[in-house]
Write a protein that binds this ligand. Sequence first.
Ligand SMILES: *[C@@H]1O[C@H](CO)[C@@H](O)[C@H](O)[C@H]1NC(C)=O
Ligand SMILES: *[C@@H]1O[C@H](CO)[C@@H](O)[C@H](O)[C@H]1NC(C)=O
Ligand SMILES: *[C@@H]1O[C@H](CO)[C@@H](O)[C@H](O)[C@H]1NC(C)=O
Length: 396
Amino acid sequence: MGSVSLKIGDGTVRFRRATLCSSALHLVMLASVLITNLFALYAFTYAPKPLSPAVLHHKNISVISEHVAVILREIESSERRLHQIERELSGYETLDPSLPSLPSELKIFLNRHPLPLGPDSRSKITEMVSSVAHSCARSSDLLAQFMSYKPNTLCPVADSHLPMKLISRGCEPLPRRRCLSHTKPRQLLPLPKCLWNTPSFTGAAVLDKQMWIKPRGKNDFLIDDVLALAGRGIRIGFDIAGGAGNFAARMAERNITVVTSTLNAGGPVGEFVAARGLFPLQLSPANRFPFFDSTFDLVHTMNGLDEGGVIGMGQDPLKALEFLMFDIDRILRAGGLFWLDNYLCVDDERKRAVTRVIEMFGYKKLKWVVGEKANATITVKAQVYLSAVLQKPARG
Ligand SMILES: *[C@@H]1O[C@H](CO)[C@@H](O)[C@H](O)[C@H]1NC(C)=O
Ligand SMILES: *[C@@H]1O[C@H](CO)[C@@H](O)[C@H](O)[C@H]1NC(C)=O
Ligand SMILES: *[C@@H]1O[C@H](CO)[C@@H](O)[C@H](O)[C@H]1NC(C)=O
């Protein structure tokens, strides 16, 4: 494979932990609901049975309504407790700028600033609010580290992996900083030479000079075949989790501009992509894409579907996939292509699930190939790959 693997260190571990947490949460919720209901059942059914009609006579309305009030109060308070537990587990507590432990730079960044010229009449906005993802609160120690620096000086050297760590934990967007990034002079080649002759300082990434040009199997589509499907209507594209930017490089050779979303996992991948004269975008697929609706002629991905589910969201992978697919659909123009390239389905169930989600959108299947590839590492059975080129219909 040509692309750099973007699996982020402990992303999977965190996901498992999150699943455990949410399972625990579900158990707690289930238990609470059961207990509340049992309590209500008991209170409503217990008293009357052993009582004689004479005693029952004395049980007047006010006693019964007192019971009901107690039950209602109990239900309300357990609901409040559940809410609290849920908030704590999901890290939804917002960053409170009044906390003394927050670095002062973060406080300054988070301060609301009144608009200098007064309220904006069109948007009704009265003040500027700086944004930090709510899930940053879950990684407040890392965030504090990120925001601890001396303003107007060089940023701390040790923290080059911090942004990636935070983003892969769903802390996206990050706050802005007032420190200067480290930078070295680079010898860069002009286009198109730079596409395939990358400077030595970016050792981490892999150039794949074969992919999309010489097929290795029936799941490998040729770029020129796919472009022909769109009747040369492809001008701008987006490659989700596009690693080293090989896809964008092949497209650049055809005068097509492709933005590559990538994370700096295990090396300066963004710098590598940029050195090739390509456009890297530091973005996890778990985030809403920073593009307008109906922008792209083409959206391409190999591993993006899995990463959208695992990193950051920590929730049901299938639901995460749905959110991702809707966002892909949003940024594609009508008639544009979604190219799912050699998607590795973990198992048949995942393949069926992914197929179901994709088919929900009613795209025209221009190409659809399910293939198996023998894997030297796993000799037991071949792995299932799905490759597809789908065309977005016009709607509404
Ligand atoms: C209802 O019961 C309460 C206490 O059990 C008693 O104080 C009250 O007088 C009763 N009311 C009537 C209308 O019987
Ligand atoms: C790309 O654009 C350049 C300059 O406009 C042109 O010379 C070249 O033929 C184009 N390449 C392709 C593959 O269309
Ligand atoms: C074989 O499977 C392993 C584990 O799933 C994977 O890491 C590796 O990339 C696969 N190799 C090929 C050639 O697909």
